[in-house]
Write a protein that binds this ligand. Sequence first.
Ligand code: GLU
Length: 294
Amino acid sequence: MRLRSLMVGTVTAALALSLTACGKSSDSGSGNPSVDAKASFEAGTTMAALNQAGKIRIGTKFDQPLFGLKGLDGKPTGFDVEVAKLLAAKLGLSADKIEWVETPSKVREEVIEQGKVDLVVATYTINDKRKERISFAGPYYEAGQDLMVKKDNDKITDQNSLKDAGAKVCSVTGSTPAETIKKYIDEKNLVLFDVYSKCADALKNNQVDAVTTDNVILLGLVDKSEGAYKLVGKPFTKEPYGIGIKKGDTKFCQFINDTLKAAAADGSYEKAWKDTAGKVAPNTPKLPETATCS
Ligand code: GLU
């Protein structure tokens, strides 16, 4: 399974590279935002500590095209990655000072609590349960839960059709869609993996009938499927994406929110989108109203 998923990853990455070489759509990064070389911060803050350390560890996904997909060079690309680079640049850190850490859905709170990463940008929905363990800056994007099926499947038309179709549905442990979908199917029909690329493989092999998670994640998988899969296209939840940080680090949260607002004002937020997810997703989002840091 591990070898298989590595091989699939390599093929996907090679495909992304060859598309770039042809000058066609690619979700590779936008290049690097300009680094704030004069950045200076109040002593004792997380910002000052990271600036002085000259490096930052950032948790993201490695198998989600459009948001966080690891390339052959070992570096991830995608909208989450570009948002993270904007934050690092404001801390005075160039992209090569970022250590990228793969953070599958289930481990996100844990790696923040244990201090294994400084922040997590990983299609991470803000919710109260997670806020008991960590804090969120943002939101910086709002997705919605949707379904992905094989292109010739006309039985699954929305979440309410899953039960009648007796559909087996794949999602990821520790994700919000895995919880939500339990309202619509028998639990014995829910198949869980640690990452979504394994769900895409299971769909290919007819081990499941549908994959469920956020629409933009599924869009990336559809895009890479060469016409094999389609998005059902009826989002049925709201998934506001936040940046996970240590619980109660209000100053760091405020810094991130200010940086997001500045990026929306100077066009770098929009550029980050257009250079990544925007190559496939039709609408450029506006930065949502950021929440109060607490
Ligand atoms: N946004 C959802 C979540 O945070 C699903 C995507 C994911 O698993 O990363 O659980």
